[in-house]
Design a protein around this ligand. Sequence first.
Ligand SMILES: NC(=O)c1ccc[n+]([C@@H]2O[C@H](COP(=O)([O-])OP(=O)(O)OC[C@H]3O[C@@H](n4cnc5c(N)ncnc54)[C@H](OP(=O)(O)O)[C@@H]3O)[C@@H](O)[C@H]2O)c1
Length: 265
Amino acid sequence: MNPREVLMSLSMNSTHAIDPKLFKPEAGSFAGRVILITGASSGLGRALAIECARAGASVILSGRNGAKLERVYDEIEALGAPQPAIAMLDLATATAVDYDSLADNIGTEFGKLDGLVHAAALLGDRALLEQYDVPTWCKVLHVNLTAPFILTQVLVPALRKSADASIIFVSSAVVRNPRPFWGAYAVAKSGLEALRSMLSQELEGEPNIRVNSVNPGRMRTAMRAAAYPAEDPNTVPTPQSVSGVFLYLLSAHARTVDGEYFEAQ
Ligand SMILES: NC(=O)c1ccc[n+]([C@@H]2O[C@H](COP(=O)([O-])OP(=O)(O)OC[C@H]3O[C@@H](n4cnc5c(N)ncnc54)[C@H](OP(=O)(O)O)[C@@H]3O)[C@@H](O)[C@H]2O)c1
């Protein structure tokens, strides 16, 4: 290759390389994909639901507050995107029957699941371990760690029916750098990383299912405001602005990306 050809080949390669942080799905590229998002009523989950629907996915909005979920449903309908579905599930109180009926309904309505994003979480107390309220500890571990485990377990059969399924656990900076006062939240998020790694390895023989985690970084949401009440929210990125890595992992471009931890910012 002469120098001009080398330059042309370099520029062609860079055109094709995808930076997950800047990823935006082409219009319609998620058509036919069925994606369930927990915590779809607000913050990151809401933003991801809207972006997935905008790209053509049929989104299953899961949450505990029907009125808030209906508002997101209406926003998606107003975009002219595929009709979403609402799956009421309070992760603090759901029983085996609730999980099983969700899985059954997905089987009946859609026949498969192509994406599962575990965005729901509770902050819990910001307190010293010595003083941490034990019932709150149990609730946070249940909602943030045990419930995503159960939901994943009951939905693996539907994910298996997809040619290209993506599971995403939502991580946090406190996993790599546990700091005082983060209590059960930090422990649950660390547990999700173990879950991500084990599940990815256990499903190694099934290349149609990938399992990754994403730390979204700081986002302008109710949870962030509760954790940092003195912070000016306008200095914090919106959930929509950090959605690139999530959308990349949900897209066919990430087919072979499995068992990894990502940072969205
Ligand atoms: N914001 C940040 O700076 C930041 C940084 C790192 C990681 N994260 C992670 O990002 C994810 C999204 O959080 P966010 O910042 O978007 O916070 P958010 O706006 O407070 O959203 C949390 C979501 O979890 C839902 N939820 C809480 N308890 C639930 C339960 N028992 N059953 C079902 N759903 C429940 C909430 O539902 P309701 O609307 O009904 O309350 C809400 O939709 C979380 O996993 C969080 O840990 C956030």
